[in-house]
Design a protein around this ligand. Structure first.
Ligand code: SF4
Length: 675
C-alpha cells in the first residue's frame, strides 16, 4: 500500500461539511456538480439527501454546498441573489490559488493558470480574475501565449510539479517578468510520489478511485508510465483474480477522493486472492512483505492522544495549520495551539515545509479529525531544556513576542519573562524594537509548577563583552587606528566602543583647539576613527585620541604665518605676563606684555580684552614647541612709520623750505587727536 493514499484534507473537509449540513439544516440541500469525484461517496451522500444539480437555474431555494474545487465570485453572487444559503467547502489550498490569482490580476499582472481549462477548479480561479486569466495545460500551450506586461503564474492544485516548472520555464523565455506562485497542493504531490515509488517495486499496481477523478487518473497514468502493469478501478468488485496470477508483489494506491472503506475492501479482496498467496513463485517472505506493507499502512495511521510526533507543515491558513504526521489524514493545529505567546501572523511561526514536533490533542476519530498542538509539544521539550540550561548556565534562544509592563515576553518553548533591566547592558528606552527578534538569554529563575521562567539577556551580553574585551586587549596595539562608536559623553570626555570594549577619549585628546565640552566634537552614536594612545592591560583601561587622526594645524604654521607678517587674531586669554591670541582653531600665540603697546603696560587688560580682534606681527615661529611670539606694539610702530613716511612725502612746503622735526611730530599728534 502506498504510504500516502486516499482522502486528502480538502476532500474530507468537504464531506464533513456536507454531512454536518445534511444533519443540521432544514430544506433542500444541493451541490453544484458531484461533491467529490467518487461515485460511491456521491451516491451515499445522495441517499442522505444531498441533491446534485448542474445549474443554479434548476433551483429556487435551499442550501448550496460549494465543493472543494471552489467556484468563481459570479456564481456566489447569483446564489446569494437567489436567497440560497451557502456552505462553502472550497479547499483552503484552492482558496489560496484563487486569492493569489485575484491579487495578481488587481495589480494588472497577466495571470496564467497551469492546468486543465475544463476543470471546475481552474474555471473558478479564472472567475476570480474577472475572466482575464489565460490557461496553459503544458509547455506547448504556454509557448502560444502572449502577454503585454508582467505574468503571474498559479497552478491547478493537482498539477505535477515538473509540468508546472516546464511551463514557467517557457514563460520566462519570452523575456517577460514572471512572478511564480506555486499553488500545487502537497497532498497531491505526496500521493503521486508515493504511488510512483511503490509502482517501481511491485509487479502489478491497483489504483482505486473515481474514473472522473483527475488526480486518480493521474496516479494511474504515472504508475503505468513506470512500466508496471496498472489497473484503475472504482471498487473491489471490478478486480479480476487473473490480474494477480503469478504475481509476487502487488501494490495498491488510491486517489484523494477515495474513501477508506473502499480502499480497505480492495485491500482485503487482494489479500484473499488465492493466486497471490498460493503462487508457487511467492515464498513466505514475500507474502509477509505484502502483509507487512498493509500492516504498515494501518500502523502509519495510528497516532494516539498524548503522543508527541514529528510532522511536516503542508498548509498554512489564516487560523490553522495543516501538518502531515504520517497519519491517514493531515492533522490540524488551531492558531491558539501554535505558540505559548500571542501570534499576530501564523507565517511568523511556521511555514510550509517546516518539520515540527506536535502533541496529539485529539486522535483521529471516525470523521478523521486529528487535532494537534505545537505549543504543548514545544512546552514538553522546553521544560527539560530550560532545567538543563539553568543547571549548566548555557544560553537559551527565544523569540520576543510581546512587550508587557516591566519587560518582554519571550517564547522559549514556554512563556518566559525578561525584565526590562535585564534586556541589555544599559537602559533601553524603547523595548518594542526587540519584537520578533531571536535573542540569546540565560535562565536565572525557573519554577515549572508555577510555570515561571525568568531570563536575563544582560548576563549573556556581559559575558560576551568580557570575552571580547579580553580578546581585544590581547591584540590591541598602541598607535593603532581603530573604528569605534561613541556610547556615552561626560564632562571630561567620551566613552567609545571599539568592538566590544569601551575606551576613554579624554576631552584634551579630542581636538587641536580648546573645547569646553565633548559634545562640541562628538555625539552619542557617532562612528569615528580614533588612535589607541595607551593600553593599561592590568587595569583594563584604554586611552584613545581623536585629534591624532586629524590634520595637525601646527604642521603648516611656518608657511601660513611667516616671521614679519601681520595677521588678524582673537584675544582668547589674559595672563599677568601677556595675552594669548588665537590665529586659527588649535593655533595660539603669545603677545608678551612688553609687546602690547609703546608705553609701559602694568596689566594686559589696560590694552586688550578677551574676545577682541587685534592685528599682530609674527616675531618668531617654533612649530616643534608649538610656540609663536607676536607683537601688537610692532604693528603700531609700523603704522606710525608708514604714516610718517606718507606725511613727509605729501606735506606742502608753504613758507619755508625748511621743516623742523618738531613741526612734523606736532602735525602727527594733531592728526592723531583728530583721529
Ligand atoms: S488535493 Fe489538495 S487542493 Fe485538492 S482538495 Fe485535496 S487538499 Fe485540497
Amino acid at each position: 500500500m502506498a504510504l500516502k493514499a486516499g482522502f486528502c484534507f480538502g476532500v474530507k473537509r468537504a464531506i464533513d461539511m456536507a454531512r454536518a449540513t445534511l444533519d443540521s439544516k432544514e430544506g433542500p440541500i444541493y451541490s453544484l456538480g458531484p461533491l467529490i469525484h467518487n461515485p460511491q461517496v456521491v451516491s451515499c451522500l445522495a441517499r442522505m439527501g444531498l441533491k446534485e444539480i448542474n445549474d443554479l437555474g434548476e433551483i429556487k431555494e435551499g442550501t448550496l454546498v460549494i465543493r472543494s474545487h471552489g467556484v468563481g465570485p459570479d456564481l456566489l453572487e447569483t446564489a446569494r441573489e437567489k436567497g440560497l444559503e451557502i456552505v462553502d467547502a472550497t479547499c483552503p489550498n484552492v482558496r489560496r490559488a484563487q486569492d493569489l490569482a485575484r491579487e495578481l490580476s488587481r495589480e494588472n499582472i497577466q495571470v496564467v493558470v497551469v492546468g486543465d481549462k475544463e476543470h471546475p477548479e481552474v474555471q473558478g480561479i479564472i472567475g476570480w480574475t474577472c475572466g482575464k486569466a489565460m490557461v496553459a495545460e503544458n509547455p506547448e500551450e504556454a509557448a502560444e501565449l502572449t502577454a503585454a506586461g508582467p505574468i503571474g503564474v498559479v497552478a491547478q492544485t493537482t498539477q505535477p510539479q515538473e509540468n508546472f516548472d516546464a511551463v514557467v520555464d517557457i514563460l520566462r523565455k519570452t523575456g517577460a517578468e514572471v512572478r511564480v506562485c506555486n499553488t500545487i497542493c502537497n497532498a497531491t504531490a505526496e500521493r503521486q510520489k508515493a504511488a510512483l515509488d511503490l509502482a517501481r517495486q511491485v509487479d502489478v499496481m491497483v489504483v482505486v478511485g473515481g474514473k472522473n477523478s483527475a488526480n486518480t487518473r493521474k496516479l494511474a497514468s504515472l504508475c503505468h508510465a513506470s512500466g508496471t502493469r496498472t489497473y484503475h478501478i472504482e471498487e473491489a468488485g471490478q478486480m479480476d483474480p487473473a490480474w494477480f496470477r503469478g504475481v509476487k508483489v502487488a501494490g495498491l494506491t488510491a486517489g484523494a477522493s477515495t474513501p477508506d472503506w473502499i480502499i480497505e475492501e480492495v485491500m482485503r479482496r487482494m489479500s484473499e486472492f488465492e493466486e497471490i498467496n498460493s503462487s508457487e513463485e511467492v515464498n513466505n517472505e514475500e507474502v509477509n512483505n505484502i502483509e507487512e506493507g498493509m500492516k504498515d499502512a494501518v500502523e502509519v495511521k495510528a497516532v494516539r492522544h498524548g503522543e508527541i510526533v514529528t510532522g511536516t507543515v503542508v498548509h498554512v491558513g489564516l487560523d490553522e495549520v495543516m501538518v502531515d504526521v504520517g497519519a491517514k489524514s493531515e492533522g490540524i493545529i488551531p492558531a491558539r495551539e501554535l505558540s505559548c505567546c500571542e501570534v499576530t501572523s501564523i507565517q511568523d511561526v511556521v511555514k510550509v515545509g517546516d518539520e515540527i514536533e506536535v502533541y496529539v490533542l485529539k486522535a483521529e476519530d471516525n470523521e478523521g479529525k486529528l487535532i494537534l498542538s505545537k505549543e504543548k509539544a514545544d512546552a514538553e521539550k522546553a521544560w527539560v531544556k530550560l532545567e538543563e540550561a539553568l543547571n549548566t548556565q548555557e544560553p537559551v534562544q527565544g523569540t520576543v513576542r510581546e512587550v508587557v509592563k516591566g519587560g518582554l515576553l519571550v517564547d522559549v518553548g514556554v512563556r518566559a519573562f525578561l525584565p526590562a533591566s535585564l534586556v541589555d547592558r544599559g537602559y533601553v528606552e524603547d523595548l518594542s524594537k526587540y519584537l520578533g527578534q531571536v535573542i540569546s538569554t540565560r535562565v536565572i529563575e525557573l519554577n515549572r509548577g508555577r510555570k515561571k521562567v525568568i531570563l536575563s539577556r544582560k548576563a549573556v551580553l556581559e559575558e560576551e563583552y568580557a570575552r571580547l574585551r579580553e580578546e581585544l586587549l590581547a591584540n590591541l596595539q598602541e598607535n593603532q587606528v581603530v573604528k569605534g562608536i561613541v556610547r556615552r559623553l561626560t564632562q571630561f570626555g567620551a566613552f567609545v566602543d571599539i568592538g566590544g570594549v569601551d575606551g576613554l577619549l579624554h576631552i584634551s585628546e579630542m581636538s587641536w583647539h580648546r573645547i569646553n565640552h565633548p559634545s562640541e566634537v562628538v555625539n552619542v552614536g557617532d562612528e569615528i576613527e580614533v588612535m589607541v594612545l595607551k593600553i593599561d592591560r592590568e587595569n583594563e583601561k584604554i586611552s584613545l585620541g581623536l585629534k591624532q587622526v586629524l590634520p595637525n594645524p601646527w604642521d603648516t604654521v611656518a608657511e601660513k604665518y611667516p616671521v614679519g607678517s601681520i595677521v588678524q587674531a582673537k584675544v582668547v586669554r589674559l595672563a599677568p605676563f601677556g595675552a594669548f591670541v588665537q590665529l586659527e582653531p588649535g593655533v595660539e600665540g603669545l603677545v608678551h606684555i612688553s609687546h602690547l603697546a609703546e608705553r609701559h603696560v602694568a596689566k594686559p587688560d589696560e590694552v586688550v580684552t578677551e574676545g577682541e580682534e587685534v592685528n599682530v606681527k609674527v616675531l618668531s615661529v617654533d612649530p616643534a614647541e608649538k610656540r609663536i611670539r607676536l607683537s601688537i606694539r610692532e604693528v603700531a610702530r609700523e603704522k606710525q612709520t608708514r604714516e610718517f613716511q606718507d606725511y613727509s612725502h605729501n606735506k606742502p612746503q608753504e613758507n619755508s623750505d625748511v621743516v623742523t622735526i618738531g613741526d612734523m611730530v606736532g602735525d602727527l599728534f594733531d592728526k592723531k587727536d583728530n583721529d
